[in-house]
Design a protein around this ligand. Structure first.
Ligand SMILES: *Cc1c(COP(=O)(O)O)cnc(C)c1O
Length: 462
């Protein structure tokens, strides 16, 4: 601890007359704690073996910040450690440096994206950054978007808007379509939207984990004939299990034919539209009505960071605008709280803005390329006589040993996870179609070639 750190004079709130020197030194001590953790991130397990963090309730008399340091430390050192190069289990990469700074600024400003008068510059930033994303994705000037605290909320924003745009918001036959590998958030969305399980049509996949396009058209026709009112088809751009991409362009054709809203769940894969090397179907994003993109999942923008980009911003306005009687309104600027389900909302856009400004288009490309290269290297190094692998064009791969029954698989995967953990590797163990898999997600920029070689050597010997 810095000796000059004056613990006593930290004010409850920063103010013009307040002790800014003390705040500065408290912030710098906090940064030091965090940076120490980063500097040890390769020595610390991806997931600490045990947590020594104990919750202690607030006392009658407030505690000095200095006295809280031990507790903060034990919280930090009992946390999941995404910056360890072996952290390859989920879509939770290490935090991008400038994004951490963005979070600090957002906290300091404490503005509210509910309304322009509570976040004048940041509301404009969010509007314009969403519009920039939309143009990058190939949409025209009617497009725009909104940020929300996660992909689940943006999928909900999209489905609610789709249903509203077709005037089906109170129709009990309102139905939407997903593929078998679509994200679980759609089940949640259906519950929130008051839709029964028979109002979700689930389309089978082909053997590459993509929506089967022939079945899609058949099911649409059958369901319309049975009185269902379909309002949206969801195409997944990057499935959770193996990063597959549904045939977006063909799905778009079918949606046009039946006048259905096409929503793309690009929570995982949407950001790959920034890749200079084109991946099949990603350049058809602009044929959709809406797309969810989660920069928190691949680029390392700190959580949460999710955008919903829509072809026509009016659709969000119509679905969500209620008027905010206690706030000023400006005909020329829609308050950001009227474009989605969230009301008060933090300035999460700052860390996305700073993060991608810092990376630049070439830095984004570099991070995305690296993720793909690592997945390919791993796939190459894994013994293909021993394992069946499942992956799409992105950075996710699931695998199981060949010739092993489902009971043995449960034990094998669980044992494999333990052995990997002892070697500071964390992979996930998804349960999918009645059996366990191991899954690796290569979104960790700190993972180097030799880590992947070590990982595959361990697995090949198991
Ligand atoms: C993570 C994920 C979501 C949900 O996003 P959250 O930010 O966790 O709410 C939706 N779809 C896909 C494909 C995802 O991977």
């Amino acid at each position: 601890m810095n000796k000059d750190f004056n613990k006593k004079n930290l004010d409850f709130f920063p103010s013009a007359s307040g002790a800014n020197e003390e705040l500065l030194s408290a912030l710098s001590e906090t940064s030091r704690l965090l940076c120490n953790w980063f500097s040890r991130s390769d020595k610390l397990e991806p997931l600490p073996k045990e947590s020594n963090f104990k919750f202690q309730p607030p006392k009658e008399r407030g505690e000095d910040f200095e006295n809280l340091f031990d507790e903060i430390n034990s919280l930090i050192y009992s946390s999941f450690n995404p910056s360890n190069p072996g952290s390859l289990a989920h879509l939770d990469p290490p935090p991008l440096t400038l994004s951490i700074i963005g979070d600090l600024i957002a906290g300091g400003l404490n503005n509210n994206l509910l309304a322009n008068e509570l976040s004048p510059s940041i509301s404009i930033l969010e509007k314009e950054l969403c519009e920039w994303f939309a143009l990058m994705l190939g949409f025209d000037n009617n497009s725009g978007g909104i940020a929300a605290s996660g992909g689940t909320l943006n999928n909900l924003n999209a489905l609610a808007s789709a249903r509203y745009s077709l005037g089906l918001q109170t129709n009990s036959n309102a139905t939407f379509v997903i593929s078998k590998d679509a994200h679980v958030s759609f089940k949640k969305c259906a519950r929130i939207l008051g839709l029964k399980s028979e109002n979700i049509i689930i389309i089978d996949n082909d053997n590459l984990g993509r929506m089967d396009i022939n079945k899609l058209e058949l099911e649409i026709v059958n369901n319309i004939n049975n009185g269902k009112k379909i309002f949206a088809v969801v195409a997944t751009l990057g499935t959770t299990m193996r990063g597959s991409i549904d045939p977006i362009s063909e799905i778009a054709k079918i949606c046009r034919k039946f006048n259905l809203w096409l929503h793309i769940d690009g929570s995982i894969g949407g950001i790959y539209s920034f890749l200079k090397r084109k991946i099949k179907d990603i350049d058809s994003i602009n044929e959709s009505n809406s797309i969810t993109i989660n920069p928190q999942k691949v680029l390392g923008i700190t959580k949460t960071s999710s955008l919903l980009i829509v072809k026509d911003i009016k659709n969000l306005q119509e679905a969500f605008q209620t008027g905010l009687p206690y706030l000023n309104s400006d005909e020329n600027f829609i308050n950001r709280g009227e474009l989605g389900v969230q009301g008060s909302r933090p300035a999460e856009i700052i860390k996305l803005w700073l993060g991608i400004k810092f990376l630049g288009i070439s830095g984004i490309n570099q991070v995305l390329e690296a993720s793909l290269e690592k997945r390919k290297l791993f796939e190459k190094k894994l013994d293909n006589e021993k394992f069946n692998t499942y992956s799409g064009p992105l950075h996710i791969i699931s695998f199981v040993p060949k010739n092993i029954n489902n009971d043995e698989l449960s034990k094998w995967t669980s044992n494999a996870q333990k052995v990997l953990n002892m070697n500071r590797f964390m992979l996930s163990r998804p349960f999918y179609q009645n059996k366990y898999f191991l899954r690796a997600v290569f979104g960790n920029f700190n993972t180097k070639q030799y880590h992947i070689e070590k990982l595959s050597t361990i697995l090949n010997k198991l």
